[in-house]
Ligand binder design. Structure first.
Ligand code: AMP
Ligand code: MG
Length: 494
């Protein structure tokens, strides 16, 4: 039934040092928990196909993808600021790339990767498995990002089984099928730099540029053109990463493990683990309980993005690219990030155009949210209605006089804007989501999933697909979190 798919294997055509060909170890008695029909349609898969036993067997690691070459890739990386040496796909199997189309209908190849399908040569101390809990979290977060318009790897489906997996407690195994144009990471480049293999570094660079940056960068035909190619490529990665950081910050997202092996070379959000969409705003919020120093706190992410880019850029010194040229590319990061962040904030706050005093207004906004730990998502969302009725907005703040004081300034600023009031409100609502994947909502989906019940996943995907549009009957997904949400601890254990 899936034999008609057009499958290619460009990564498998790289030199054998890049990966190990192997078979996944599938789940026992697997069942399909959920399929994301949006992702399926990008791959040209319809319901009869995704409901087939063949689909289940492939996605649970029990049958090969017809036409695919299964492999696990090697990479290295800096973890929590320290060089960690070789890592690699410790529990990920690349099945091949399916010809499909992107969300604009343009033809493209989508790589399919099983996460949790058994040991690989890169598993180190791990068991090659992923627990249902973390699989549901990755599955939901990928869809949430798509709905928010933030670049991300996608997730096609989750298969699950009763196979035990041992973490802090005994849990059960699941596999998420991830989908992306490529899963190459900053750490994929660092690997060849660290291993003193400029030949393989260059091979990877040529591969990535020719396959994924062809619209922006020309592949160098000779050594003289190499610095221009590297700088063109690095410029693009710098820009994508800076924009991604602005995107994350503006929805209160914390990745949690921004190690260089978890940084997509395409500027996608990748490797969802102990991530979190903030409830109450704390600028220094740490979503990952294993991150004791707060290296990856919400307000550190933009600078960590740049730190990681430095690690990437440094690799190209070994290709003879002058340091100064690399530094020039990196120097552009800050302005790309700052401009994007400011532009987004103008839209989120409904300011239409930047004015001198706005700096102060925004600074006080963040201080107020932080000081009162006000709900990130609803503070922005309810701000759109304050000219008409400020009761819901003020209801989010414990120190109401302080909030009222700020609101006076804000209202005065808005009152000075010419133009249609409804347009401004609609414009704000189009960038401030009503629904986000709060930790406690993911937790509810996990409880159900453990009972093999996908209904919460289904409902969440429905609201998260259109997070900016209020949906009838979905009020429960748009409210403040319950008390127990504070107790949810997410760590690297997955
Ligand atoms: P992470 O920071 O979670 O993306 O993982 C860092 C490295 O550990 C990657 O190389 C993963 O493939 C590997 N890894 C994480 N969990 C496991 C596991 N359960 N089994 C094998 N490898 C793992
Ligand atoms: Mg990872």
């Amino acid at each position: 039934m899936l034999a008609h798919l057009s499958v290619s294997n460009s990564f498998a055509q790289l030199s054998p040092e890049f990966y190990t060909r192997l078979q996944p170890r599938g789940l026992n008695n697997p069942s399909l928990l959920h399929v994301n029909s949006d992702v399926a349609s990008l791959l040209g898969l319809d319901k009869t196909q995704t409901e087939s036993d063949e689909f289940l067997q492939i996605m649970s690691g029990n049958a090969p993808l017809p036409g695919g070459v299964t492999l696990s890739a090697v990479y290295s990386g800096h973890q929590f600021g320290v060089w960690a040496g070789q890592l690699g796909d410790g529990r990920a199997h690349l099945l091949g790339a399916v010809a499909g189309h992107d969300s604009n209908g343009k033809p493209c190849d989508w790589e399919l990767q099983l996460k949790g399908a058994g040991l690989t040569p890169y598993s180190r101390m791990g068991d090659g498995r992923a627990v249902l809990r973390s699989s549901v979290r990755e599955y939901l977060a990928s869809a949430a990002m798509v709905g928010l318009g933030i670049p991300t790897t996608l997730a096609l489906c989750i298969t699950q089984s009763d196979d035990p997996v041992y973490r802090e407690t005994t849990e059960t195994a699941a596999i998420v099928t991830r989908v992306a144009p490529s899963f190459v990471r900053f750490g994929s480049f660092e690997h060849w730099y660290a291993n003193r293999r400029p030949d393989l570094l260059r091979e990877l660079l040529n591969y990535v540029v020719s396959h994924f940056f062809a619209d922006e960068v020309k592949v160098a035909q000779n050594d003289a053109d190499l610095p221009a190619m590297v700088c063109g490529f690095l410029d693009s990665v710098v820009r994508r990463t800076a924009l991604l950081m602005a995107d994350w910050l503006c929805v209160g997202f914390c990745h949690g493990v921004m190690n260089t092996d978890n940084m997509s070379i395409l500027g996608l959000t990748i490797d969802y683990g102990p991530y979190g969409f903030m409830d109450g705003f704390q600028a220094n919020h740490i979503c990952n309980h294993s991150d004791s120093e707060g290296r990856y706190a919400w307000n550190q992410q933009a600078s960590v993005g740049l730190w990681n880019l430095y690690r990437l850029a440094n690799c190209f010194v070994s290709l003879g690219v002058p340091q100064e040229e690399l530094t020039q590319c990196l120097d552009r990061y800050e302005s790309v990030f700052t401009d994007a962040f400011r532009e987004k904030m103008i839209r989120k706050m409904g300011l239409v155009q930047w004015q001198d005093n706005d700096e102060q207004l925004l600074e006080q906004w963040w201080q107020m949210l932080h000081g009162q730990k006000a709900d990130f998502t609803l503070s922005f969302r309810y701000l759109s209605e304050v000219m008409h009725d400020d009761s819901r907005f003020l209801g989010l703040f414990s120190d109401k006089p302080a909030a009222q004081q700020w609101l006076l300034q804000y209202k005065a600023r808005i009152a000075g804007i010419e133009g249609n009031e409804q347009e401004r409100v609609d414009g704000m609502n189009a960038v401030n989501p009503l629904y986000v994947l709060r930790n406690y909502l993911a937790e509810k989906a996990i409880w159900d999933a453990k009972r093999k019940n996908p209904s919460t996943i289904e409902n969440l995907l429905t609201v998260l697909r259109n997070p900016f549009v209020e949906q009838a009957g979905m009020e429960q997904f748009a409210v403040l979190p319950p008390e127990w949400a504070n107790e949810i601890a997410v760590s690297c254990s997955s």
